[in-house]
Ligand binder design. Structure first.
Ligand SMILES: [Fe+2]
Length: 254
């Protein structure tokens, strides 16, 4: 996708600021998603360069707009839980591509870029990518999914775990790790939402996202940022859970 017009980043950012100003940027949930969007955009660009994505402007744009559905999700349902509200990735893509929202950010995006942008946004939080995508589409989808996961590690360190997972400190400190969740770590794979039963399962589930990172640069960035290691240093009062975390610390980066 070389030879495309440069994406007018200043204009896109100005339109983004304008768009989110209608959603009370003082609300911590809104502020979190505004910061997340900028960080993911920068991460997409960095990963994209290493992953050989030719269109660096598109990687940036994908990151910038990927969570646009979060703002309406919060306004309508006041939660980030897709299970309890709506699939925010589909909502965002519907608003952008079916309801004309994309034109507020960038009025004349070429059809080819538009197609990739839509596929990347629709599939950014799916457990797995659908079959039938082209190599190019898989690349841009994977870049976004890596960038999003990397910034989730930061969010999970900067927000109390009790708030993220909606659990009590007591539960977090005393719960055990479910057998199926342990198996996911041993198999080095992501944990399906339905397998998470205890408070600390959510922590292990987030750590297992490391195994889903597609590009070596993404692992490098995740490691260099240090948030995964901070999550790994979680101290449990449950001796079995504490031993399990010790085990995970020794095996995470091998
Ligand atoms: Fe998202």
């Amino acid at each position: 996708m070389n030879g495309k017009k440069p994406v007018p980043r200043r204009e896109v950012e100005a339109a983004f600021k304008q768009y989110v100003s209608a959603y009370n940027p003082e609300d911590p949930k809104i502020a979190l998603k505004i910061g997340h969007s900028y960080r993911v955009a920068a991460l997409c660009e960095r990963i994209g360069r290493s992953a050989g994505a030719a269109d660096t402007d598109l990687t940036w744009l994908i990151g910038m707009l990927h969570d646009i559905g979060r703002f309406e999700q919060i306004r309508r349902y006041n939660t980030f839980s897709d299970a309890q509200s709506v699939d925010h990735a589909m909502l965002g893509a519907d608003l952008l591509f079916h309801e004309g929202l994309l034109e507020r950010f960038i009025p004349d995006l070429e059809p080819e870029r538009r197609g990739v942008l839509e596929i990347a946004i629709r599939n950014h939080s799916a457990y797995r990518l659908p079959d039938g995508l082209s190599d190019d589409e898989i690349t841009y989808c994977s870049i976004l999914r890596d960038a999003d996961k990397i910034d989730i590690f930061r969010v999970n360190c900067e927000t109390p775990l009790e708030d993220i997972y909606n659990v009590t400190t007591e539960d977090l400190k005393t719960s055990g790790v479910s057998e199926e969740v342990r198996r996911c770590f041993l198999n080095r794979t992501a944990v399906l939402r339905s397998l998470k039963k205890t408070a600390v399962d959510y922590v292990v589930g987030h750590l297992c996202l490391v195994f889903e990172l597609v590009y070596p640069i993404s692992r490098e960035i995740a490691r260099e940022q240090g948030y995964v290691d901070r999550l790994l240093s979680f101290q449990s009062d449950n001796p079995e859970t504490a031993a399990w975390f010790e085990f995970m610390r020794s095996g995470m980066w091998r």
